[in-house]
Design a protein around this ligand. Structure first.
Ligand SMILES: Cc1cc2nc3c(=O)[nH]c(=O)nc-3n(C[C@H](O)[C@H](O)[C@H](O)COP(=O)(O)OP(=O)(O)OC[C@H]3O[C@@H](n4cnc5c(N)ncnc54)[C@H](O)[C@@H]3O)c2cc1C
Ligand code: FES
Length: 330
């Protein structure tokens, strides 16, 4: 058993926290009744950062943090399983969070909302930000906009019934409201190198958000190689942004968009809607992934399965970039 001490803001005394074998600092603090903000519980969203004065912070718990934060003794409490005592206190994250006004809110479908918020930091399309609903609830959302052309940061949020962030964003959040953003985070974005390399992008649901940013970024940076963009859905009526996607495909001959849906539920304006199993249809579309750069986004199970499929079909693991939308619940 490892014993920690934790001194919350406003308390005179530190509390002792006994961690169970293999328990993370976050789980230990929550089990002892301390209200520590958290989101993904997987080392991704950075909402669970706390600080330690001890010099034995495990390296893994600081992965992905800025050097300035590491020097301040900040670490991800969800990724920290200490083997020796540590003294802890809340981190001063105010400077890491930026306040952004919601400029525009548009319902893109009956369960997806688009938020355009003030551009409060620079980013690469495809990265994500952690959005705070209040001091306690934070969730990550991918960025669909282009920093060079668009004076806002765009998110596509799918409403999850009972979801504490997404339902609030879909039903209650209004234009003019201020939210706090932490980021940008993540490394799933286009980097200009070989502009003739074939690109393959696949996403499911709001996995389209980062891909919409990445594909436009690649085209804007003069990518001339073949680009296949697969958008998967359970049924065709779930698709959104169809019109701008089809217009983009018409404008750029190197871009080929494939809508693959398990079930076609309506008439479609073009011939690029395929009914079938997404994995089988992708095998038919792209039998060989050798020399392709791959971008995969959306539900974790989809990303995991596609990663394996692309690798087995010849893709180099180094050429596969992905953003699994982990969903752990509050
Ligand atoms: C890097 C990253 C990028 C992301 N980008 C996006 C994005 O661009 N757009 C987007 O909509 N989401 C995105 N997500 C997912 C997002 O962060 C939230 O997990 C999601 O919106 C649910 O949050 P919530 O607070 O509404 O639900 P919670 O209150 O967290 O969960 C409520 C319940 O619903 C379940 N649940 C959560 N998500 C789903 C789901 N997708 N399907 C079924 N059940 C679910 C939970 O397990 C829980 O039981 C991303 C996640 C990550 C890690
Ligand atoms: S990084 Fe720890 S909860 Fe997300």
């Amino acid at each position: 058993m490892t014993t920690l001490t934790y001194k919350p803001d406003g308390e005179e005394q530190a509390f002792a926290i006994n961690l169970n074998e293999g328990e993370t600092v976050l789980d230990g603090l929550l089990r002892h009744g301390h209200d520590v903000p958290h989101g993904c519980r997987a080392g991704i969203c950075q909402s669970c950062i706390i600080a330690s004065d001890s010099d034995n912070i495990p390296e893994r718990a600081q992965q992905g943090l800025k050097e300035t934060h590491k020097k301040l003794g900040y670490f991800l409490s969800c990724s920290c399983v200490p083997s020796a005592p540590m003294s802890l206190h809340p981190a001063r994250l105010d400077a890491a969070k930026k306040t952004a006004k919601v400029l525009e809110k548009t319902h893109l479908s009956d369960n997806i909302v688009r938020l355009r918020v003030e551009k409060v930091f620079d980013y690469r399309p495809g990265q994500f930000a952690t959005i705070w609903k209040d001091q306690h609830i934070a969730r990550s959302y991918s960025i669909a906009s282009l920093p060079a052309n668009e004076q806002f940061i765009e998110f596509h949020i799918k409403r999850i019934p009972e979801g504490c962030f997404s339902s609030w964003a879909y039903d209650e959040l209004t234009e003019g409201h201020e939210i706090q953003l932490q980021g940008p985070l993540g490394e799933c974005f286009y980097v200009k190198s070989d502009t003739e390399q074939a690109l393959f992008l696949a996403g499911i649901g709001t996995g389209l958000a980062p891909l919409y940013g990445i594909v436009r970024d690649a085209l804007q940076q003069g990518h001339t190689g073949n680009i296949d963009l697969v958008i998967a859905a359970k049924q065709s009526e779930s698709y959104y942004l169809v019109e701008p996607l089809l217009q983009m495909e018409e404008r750029f001959p190197q871009l080929h968009i494939h809508f693959i849906s398990q079930k076609i539920t309506q008439r479609w304006p073009t011939n690029n809607l395929i009914e079938g199993d997404v994995y089988d249809e992708i095998k038919k579309l792209v039998p060989d992934f050798k020399h392709r750069k791959v971008f995969l986004c959306g539900a974790e199970s989809f990303v995991r399965k596609m990663k394996k499929q692309c690798f087995l079909a010849g893709a180099n693991m180094r050429d596969i970039l992905s953003d699994p939308f982990l969903a752990f619940g509050a």
